[in-house]
Design a protein around this ligand. Sequence first.
Ligand code: FES
Length: 172
Amino acid sequence: MISEATRAPSAPLPAATLARFDREVAKYPPDQKQSAVMACLAIVQQELGFVSLDSEHAIAEHLGMAPIAVHEVTTFYNMYNQQPVGKYKLNVCTNLPCQLRDGQHALHHLEKKLGIHMGETTADGLFTLQQSECLGACADSPVMLVNDRTMCSFMSDDKLDQLIDGLKKAEA
Ligand code: FES
């Protein structure tokens, strides 16, 4: 929970970022500026890599919203990073249908392979491992999403190893 009493005033975002916000705001009627909140969060994440509480406050101020309303959006969606993440963000689905078909096993396999626990980032900054809610591909379980965009299906231990080894090799 955000403690307003203990927070420092938010740092302003660059004018270029606010101009990008305004282009999104212009897509909606003047009395519905807050409809641009998801787009503004995406812009901040694209520019800074994650959405800090300060950024949420700046967005809230710009859109005339309560900061908590922006925070609720940030925390509802997996795609918004609330802290810096590695170059590859791996979200493994562990919802019940996937749990019944090795979703949890896939997560544990990655924890062992990467030497980190769920929610952590490898020391080299390459991988962040997270669990996710249903990705809408239950029949393809185990499934995972890489960097919020690339869906990987039927992720057996072998396929997980190939993916991680391939990404590491590409970065070497
Ligand atoms: S429960 Fe995992 S994709 Fe639906």
